[in-house]
Design a binder for this molecule. Structure first.
Ligand SMILES: [Zn+2]
Length: 200
C-alpha cells in the first residue's frame, strides 16, 4: 500500500508537469482535435458512391473507413479525405487487396487489380445501408454470396476464388419463412455450382 501511495504521488507530479506543457501547446490543439476526430472514424461503417471501371452510373455501396489521408500543407481549405474499403464488393476492382492490407503490394493504387481503398471526402460519406430481411419477398433484388467448394482455400483472394469473395446481384424467386432461407436467381450468369442465400 505504501508503495502504491508513493507511485501515486509520483504520478501526480508528472500530471501537473504535463498540464503546464499542454498550456504552452494550445496553438496546436485545433490540429490534434481533427486528428482525434479522424481516429474515431476508423472502422466506421458507411456507404459511398462508386463508379465501376467501365463507367456507368455511380451506385451506393457499403464500406468501412480504413484510414485517414494525410493532409498536405497546401490543401487546408479542402475537405478532409479518408480511405474506405468496400464491405460488400460486387466487382473485382472493389475487392480489398490482401497484399496491400499486409503492406506488401508491389502495385500502385491505380495498377493493382484489387482495391487499396477508395479515397473519399469526409462530407461524401453516407449512412451504411442496413439489410432488411423481414421485407424480402418474391421479386426482391438482393446481394448474395456463392458457397465455395468445401476444399477451396478462401484465406486469400485470388483469381480462382474471386467469385466467392464477391457479392452478386440476384432476384428472389421463393421464400421459406420457416427455414429463414430463400431461392434466388443470379442477374448475371456465373459459372459455378450451387447457390447459398445471404441477403443484404
Ligand atoms: Zn494491391
Amino acid at each position: 500500500m505504501k508503495e502504491m501511495a508513493k507511485s501515486g504521488a509520483f504520478k501526480d507530479k508528472n500530471d501537473s508537469k504535463d498540464k503546464s506543457e499542454n498550456s504552452s501547446q494550445n496553438e496546436n490543439n485545433e490540429d490534434s482535435d481533427i486528428e482525434d476526430e479522424l481516429a474515431t472514424l476508423l472502422g466506421m461503417r458507411c456507404a459511398v458512391y462508386h463508379t465501376h471501371t467501365w463507367g456507368g452510373q455511380p451506385s451506393l455501396h457499403n464500406a468501412m473507413v480504413s484510414s485517414a489521408v494525410p493532409r498536405q500543407d497546401d490543401d487546408q481549405f479542402t475537405d478532409l479525405q479518408v480511405r474506405v474499403l468496400f464491405t460488400h464488393p460486387t466487382h473485382q476492382e472493389m475487392l480489398p487487396c490482401p497484399f496491400f492490407l499486409n503492406g506488401e503490394c508491389k502495385f500502385s493504387d491505380e495498377q493493382c487489380r484489387y482495391s487499396h481503398g477508395a479515397v473519399v471526402q469526409l462530407s461524401n460519406l453516407k449512412e451504411a445501408i442496413e439489410p432488411n430481411y423481414a421485407n424480402i419477398k418474391i421479386g426482391s433484388r438482393i446481394l448474395l454470396k456463392l458457397k465455395p467448394p468445401d476444399d477451396e482455400d478462401m484465406s486469400v483472394v485470388k483469381k480462382s476464388t474471386e467469385k466467392y469473395h464477391l457479392w452478386h446481384r440476384g432476384v428472389v424467386k421463393g421464400v421459406d419463412v420457416e427455414k429463414k432461407s430463400c431461392v434466388a436467381k443470379l442477374e448475371q450468369n456465373i459459372k459455378t455450382g450451387d447457390k447459398r442465400k445471404s441477403a443484404s
